[in-house]
Design a protein around this ligand. Structure first.
Ligand SMILES: [Zn+2]
Length: 473
């Protein structure tokens, strides 16, 4: 594989300009995915007991999830007071300590992460502590980290929910409520996996860490602290991956484009801009929206990443105009860009930014007004990097082998959107996969839900993977 930076893209039909140098994975067009050299092994006697015990405790697992959903942990927005984060973390701390874990629940020192561009000024963890529970091992094996976020997105419009989003109900074989899928379901499964290993007295030879964080849905600050303070040989983040083993996730960039017009009375007949006529900034935005649509087409047609959808750019907000009887003098477009990891590692954000800016500049260059009044492109805070690990990583091979021993598909996949695992990979150097119940398509929805069978399957997959990855005496 290599970066493809050596040829010019197709000539743009509208602007007449070339699309410029491309940067993409040279992975070929083949749809065949490389085979994972999974650890092939049937379940042994102890693993079968663990799997059976988790199945027996299905009711407890569902109750645990219902309890977690009952804590209002809608993610933090600047200046807002904490909600039930501390109560939730203390609840989990008591459960895990009762099973023998050494537990800390602390508000981290912001100095640990203050240098990071994603962390806003004045940020604080006040009232939103982070939990680390360590099940100490007999020694000699590898450490596995289980990480999940306990914050959730808001429930608006609350009136459209079929039931109270914070009072989870069980119906149609699923648990319904805010965070059921993203990702209190995954958190409940990982906690249950750790509890059952302790309950059955399984003596791991490597430590098992259970880590629950806040802020994933806002700044990513909680996961960033974990990445900078915890050491582990691998991590599993039970985000909703359809129980696929997700080895990659896309990153995202946020950008705003401001267009300038020339105000004038909307009731006057049109006059050429060169003769001083009014120019609508909204019309110019419409012109640029067409250029952005062609950029999406361009990205969609490039060679595909093995496990991730193509890069994309979605215009998420538009605002413009000052008065209903005037030509608009300003219009602003805001866009969310999803982009792919670089095969060479590192964050390719600068390359994506440059390509985006060049694309806008070329489109503007083909319009007389915009050539003289270039759109202002501003990158805004809240950008997060993509990440990827090799399918040869032991945690991938072990987890795929466990899934097959459990008679489940055991597929490698990608996670369309960013999650805290990217921090663990990029900032912590910890090979991390997402492996969790239900799918990202159900996350953040009204009537969010998670199938109970997925919760049980996730807990079983994590528990047996911990046994094989950490080792058992
Ligand atoms: Zn999530």
């Amino acid at each position: 594989m290599g970066l493809e930076e050596d040829h010019q893209g197709p000539t743009d039909a509208l602007t007449g300009f070339s699309a410029g140098p491309r940067l993409w994975l040279r992975i070929g067009q083949s749809a065949t995915l490389p085979a994972v050299r999974e650890e092939r092994r049937e379940l042994d006697e102890l693993e079968r007991r663990v799997v059976a015990r988790i199945a027996q405790r299905e009711h407890d697992l569902v109750e645990l999830l219902q309890t977690l959903i009952g804590f209002d942990t809608v993610t933090h927005s600047p200046g807002a007071p904490p909600r039930d984060e501390a109560r939730l973390q203390r609840y989990l701390a008591e459960r895990l300590a009762a099973r023998g874990a050494e537990v800390t629940v602390e508000e981290p020192d912001v100095a640990l992460i203050a240098d990071h561009p994603l962390v806003p000024d004045e940020f604080s963890f006040a009232g939103r502590p982070q939990l680390v529970a360590r099940f100490a091992s007999v020694g000699g094996g590898r450490t596995l980290l289980l990480n999940g976020h306990v914050d959730v997105v808001d429930v608006h419009p609350r009136g459209e929910w079929s039931s109270d989003p914070f009072d989870a109900v069980v119906s149609d074989g699923a648990v319904w409520g805010r965070g059921a899928c993203d990702m209190k379901g995954g958190v409940a499964s990982m906690v249950m996996a750790a509890e059952v290993l302790a309950e059955l007295g399984v003596r791991l030879t490597g430590d098992l860490l259970v880590n629950t964080v806040t802020e994933e849905e806002s700044t990513g600050a909680g996961g960033l602290v974990s990445a900078r303070t915890l050491r582990a040989d691998a991590a599993i983040v039970p985000e909703p991956s359809s129980l696929d083993v997700a080895v990659a996730c896309r990153g995202s960039l946020l950008v705003a484009i401001t267009l300038e017009g020339r105000p004038g009375h909307a009731g006057t007949p049109p006059r050429h801009p060169d003769a001083g006529g009014a120019v609508s900034a909204i019309d110019k935005a419409a012109y640029l929206l067409e250029a952005l649509r062609r950029l999406r087409d361009e990205w969609a047609l490039r060679p595909r990443h093995l496990y991730l959808p193509a890069a994309d750019c979605v215009t998420t907000r538009i605002s413009g105009g000052e008065w209903i009887v005037s030509y608009p003098a300003r219009c602003r477009l805001e866009c969310h860009i999803e982009y792919l990891p670089s095969p060479g590692g590192g964050d390719p954000a600068p390359v994506v930014r440059r390509e985006f800016e060049d694309w806008i500049a070329r489109a503007a260059g083909a319009d007389n007004w915009l050539r003289a009044h270039p759109p202002l492109v501003e990158w805004t805070q809240g950008c997060v990097p993509p990440a990827e690990i090799s399918i040869e990583e032991p945690v991938v091979r072990t987890l795929i082998g466990v899934q097959r021993a459990l008679r489940r598909p055991g597929r490698v996949g990608g996670f369309d959107n960013w999650h805290d695992g990217a921090w663990l990979i990029l900032e912590g150097g910890i090979p991390t996969v997402a492996f969790g119940p239900r799918a990202l398509s159900v996350a953040h929805t009204i009537d969010e839900r998670v199938p109970i069978a997925d919760l049980v399957g996730c807990a079983q997959g994590i528990a047996v993977t911990a046994m094989r990855f950490c080792g058992v005496r």
